[in-house]
Design a protein around this ligand. Structure first.
Ligand SMILES: [Zn+2]
Length: 120
């Protein structure tokens, strides 16, 4: 399946956020992740790859479909809450692009849900 530039950017953003969180909370270093964070990352990547909007996927933050399981949603929220503000300092370019991607998505998501509504 085709992976768009923005999807790659989202995966990179998620990966860095989890890494940052894991380093500070679970005392891992470099590219290392603890088992829990590794499985959360795998889960997030799998969700991104299987997104219903593919290949032109919006950023998960703005999505209204919510494909995450409750447990994983809580875990990723925790990571975002911690790493979100810190990402801005470490990877300003990546973070800003990710935010812009998010803003552009809002219209597209509501349109998708409208169309889906009509089909049902
Ligand atoms: Zn960890």
């Amino acid at each position: 399946m085709e992976t768009t530039k923005r999807t790659k950017r989202e995966m990179k953003t998620v990966e860095e956020m989890i890494k940052l969180y894991c380093h500070d909370h679970h005392h891992t270093k470099g590219d290392e992740l603890c088992a829990d964070c590794q499985s959360l990352k795998n889960y997030a990547f799998a969700r991104i790859k299987n997104c219903v909007f593919n290949p032109d996927k919006p950023t998960c933050k703005n999505c209204t479909v919510h494909c995450y399981s409750t447990r994983n949603k809580e875990a990723i929220r925790e990571v975002m809450r911690y790493s979100g503000p810190r990402m801005m300092l470490r990877f300003p370019g990546l973070t800003i692009m990710h935010l812009i991607d998010g803003i552009k998505d809002e219209n597209r998501i509501s349109k998708f849900l409208e169309d889906k509504e009509k089909k049902n």
